[in-house]
Design a protein around this ligand. Sequence first.
Ligand code: SAM
Length: 329
Amino acid sequence: MLTDSYGRVATDLRVSLTDRCNLRCAYCMPPEGLDWLPTPEVLTGDEVVRLVRIGVETLGIREVRFTGGEPLLRRDLISIITATAALTPRPEISMTTNGIGLNRCAVALRDAGLDRINVSLDTLRPEVFRKLSRRDRLADVLSGLTAAAAAGLMPVKVNTVLMRGMNDDEAPALLHYCVARGYELRFIEQMPLDAQHGWKRSEMITADEIFALLSREFTLSPDSERVRGAAPAETFLVDGGPARVGVIASVTRPFCGACDRVRLTADGQLRNCLFARSESDLRVLLRSGASDDDIAARWRANVAAKLPGHGINDPSFLQPDRPMSAIGG
Ligand code: SAM
């Protein structure tokens, strides 16, 4: 098991398959993009699958979430998911994507073994989408969402980050849209993980504000049926249910005490927290003939050293060197 010194057990592995993305969301990347990882530094499909296998077979990983960057840009995505689904015990397999291209591959992803999907959608207005993501791809995202639902990847979850003066007036419209289609919407507080280091606490839309914005058009009640456990989202019933909405208050109501996650970057670095300031290099072990036991030992040591919290609210907080796109959201 992957246990830390505060008694938390990591069972949820987030695997970034690439740091590249076809959007340039303002809360994540500058308009010109970033210097991508050189291809030789990115783990091959076989290397990813080997690490996932060690996690699942030896270290107690029970859920694997593929992310990025944009995981749909990875050409060998289907074979990575197929190999992950063949592991014993079979982990839950999920993916976070911006949905571009999903309309062409949702069925293949499901057939390969993908169980659940989160699609990021911050606005329903094409001009806002263009401004926020610096690309004109809203129609592709919406058709990707439809395809995911048609492929049976239900309940499709939708991730939204609200930015003040950009899309914060759209919270109720997004919820109407998702409720009508059976998608579960989750608002994520904007975190200091943008490459530009432009995050300002005063500009962040807080969980309390999100609740107030939604309450203008919906009645939100506590969701007593769903046990939150290690889930980052606090969920509410919408107008008595069964529809739900989630709020991920990573900044104003951190849930580090229940965190069960560990992250692998596309270049094979292990991170025990989104905000970790150090990493453990598994790629160097993979490429120097290390045994599964050697890799498992470094992995255990990484998780054992996990800090009690992400520290965003401490005066001494320092943003990690890697932005969200290079860590894996
Ligand atoms: N490209 C995929 C996508 O768009 O979902 C996966 C990677 S993206 C980094 C994963 C999630 O992180 C998205 O839902 C995105 O909105 C969220 N995200 C990115 N930067 C963020 C930030 N600074 N604060 C909060 N969420 C952020």
